[in-house]
Design a protein around this ligand. Structure first.
Ligand code: ACO
Length: 426
């Protein structure tokens, strides 16, 4: 099979949210800390009527309904989540209900776990199955979702919730670029959940941000080398440098929007250090040509320069990706994919055809990868960019017009209720 990629998507937006400005007042922090400092406007929350199974079941059922794909035509289902209900039973097994009731129990795949990276791991598994000798000609589906909650304190406003389901197969309008992928993984305690009776992680917030940025540097450097080699091999013409200008959109795993802006700024610093040819400013090139990237990860002066210099690039390439994240918060595993779809929805199909997107996935602990996608005009299939955009628009409408605002005090109550009810048996 060729041109494997995303054929269709379904995004699930939980119906409840809390306003971040109200949360600032309620928490007694300085005005602007969450809305400007973190760049967050609203945070999705789930009541006791929802859990990770209901989120994933809804996303998957709607994907099947909207695309009209019969459950028997799915041969693989990979799930990514870190919202753990059971230490052995997978969320995938709950989702099998939607297949078995239609006489299909032949669906490979189980859950993938590594903090926010599980969705990407699930997606890679689905792609690899389609590319392998074990592919049986049917579609793959990837479902990812999380309810991200933190104990009371400075991490709580970076919670959120959401889920999405992706239909994967050949002749897709959004294709994974072959050979263009890099990875950095290592052992670190930046965010982890050792207390199996609690949904709350243990977090070293500053360490997690530094690990994120360092992984970004390492993935970008090796992504550029690999993808440039790929381009050199595939074209007879002279080699073309890979840099930020190669992409229509640049999407990141987004724990909070400000970190996505800092990430884009960081990639611009990488491009400065590589003296990339699209950069016009000699002053900027001179200032950072010999920068030691590893030594300046927490350097606020460098960060300030780069945020300012990359503002225009950020507004073009990353800001359009942040609509869902700003209004839903950190969704953990699906966060990167809500960013991608937000970006896809912000362009017309004609603007998208032939254009590339760069994606960076990060899961604490840690696992990270960078890869790219390209949009294409497809023929003789109902799975088009336009049908993907329509599905994203439905989710945006729900996000912008059909949610219920809860007062911050209810968030505490809901979370306390969850603390008492979770992991209490079957
Ligand atoms: N107006 C404008 N900006 C403000 C204000 C204000 N009134 N008050 C503070 N700020 C700024 C700060 O200057 C800071 O900016 P900077 O990041 O550019 O320095 C920002 O708001 C955040 O303020 P801090 O005091 O640094 O925030 P705090 O330490 O309380 O918490 C953190 C931030 C670490 C992100 C915390 O929310 C957390 O631990 N979250 C969970 C971990 C996380 O999301 N890590 C990311 C990668 S891993 C993952 O995805 C889970």
């Amino acid at each position: 099979p060729s041109q494997i990629g995303i054929l269709a998507c379904e995004l699930y937006v939980p119906p409840l949210y809390v306003d971040q400005a109200e949360l600032e007042a309620y928490d007694g922090v300085s005005q602007g800390k969450y809305t400007v400092g973190l760049g967050q406007l609203k945070m999705s929350i789930c009541s006791d009527h929802e859990d990770i199974c209901s989120l994933c079941l809804t996303a998957l059922q709607r994907l099947l309904d909207e695309t009209g794909v019969h459950p028997q035509h799915i041969g693989r289902l990979d799930v990514g989540t870190e919202t753990i209900l059971d230490k052995a039973k997978s969320i995938k097994s709950y989702l099998m209900q939607l297949f078995v009731e239609h006489g299909n129990s032949q669906v490979e795949g189980v859950d993938n776990l590594n903090a926010c990276y599980g969705g990407t791991a699930a997606l890679f598994n689905a792609i690899h199955w389609c590319e392998s000798s074990f592919w049986d000609g049917r579609y793959a589906v990837v479902v990812m979702g999380d309810i991200a909650v933190y104990s009371k304190g400075n991490a709580r406003p970076t919670g959120g919730a959401g889920a999405c389901a992706l239909l994967i197969g050949p002749n897709a309008p959004i294709v994974f670029e072959s050979g263009c992928r890099s990875t950095h993984m290592e052992h670190v305690y930046d965010f982890y959940k050792p207390d199996l009776t609690s949904s709350y992680p243990y977090v070293d917030g500053q360490l997690s941000v530094q690990c994120f940025i360092q992984s970004l540097d390492l993935c970008y450097s090796s992504y550029c080398t690999k993808s440039q080699m790929n381009l050199d091999n595939s074209s007879a013409t002279s080699s073309k440098e890979v840099n930020l200008s190669s992409f229509l959109g640049v999407c990141f795993h987004t724990p909070y929007s400000k970190l996505a802006q800092k990430s884009l700024a960081r990639l611009y610093l990488n491009d400065l250090a590589r003296q990339c040819s699209y950069i016009q400013s000699q002053e900027q090139l001179d200032k950072y040509k010999n920068i030691d990237l590893r030594a300046c990860i927490a350097d606020k002066n460098v960060e300030k320069d780069l945020l300012e210099w990359s503002r225009e690039l950020f507004e073009q390439k990353t800001l359009p990706a942040l609509h869902f994240s700003k209004n839903m918060g950190n969704m953990y595993t699906p966060s990167l994919y809500f960013s991608l779809f937000s970006s896809i929805a912000s362009h017309s199909c004609d603007e998208l055809y032939g254009r590339r997107f760069l994606l960076f996935s990060y899961g604490s602990g840690l696992a990270s990868s960078m890869y790219s996608l390209v949009c294409r005009r497809v023929h003789e299939t109902r799975f088009t960019l336009l049908s993907i955009q329509r599905s994203i628009q439905r989710a945006k409408q729900k996000l912008d017009q059909q949610r219920i605002r809860l007062p911050p005090a209810s968030v505490d109550q809901l979370l306390e209720m969850r603390e008492h009810s979770q992991h209490k048996g079957k």
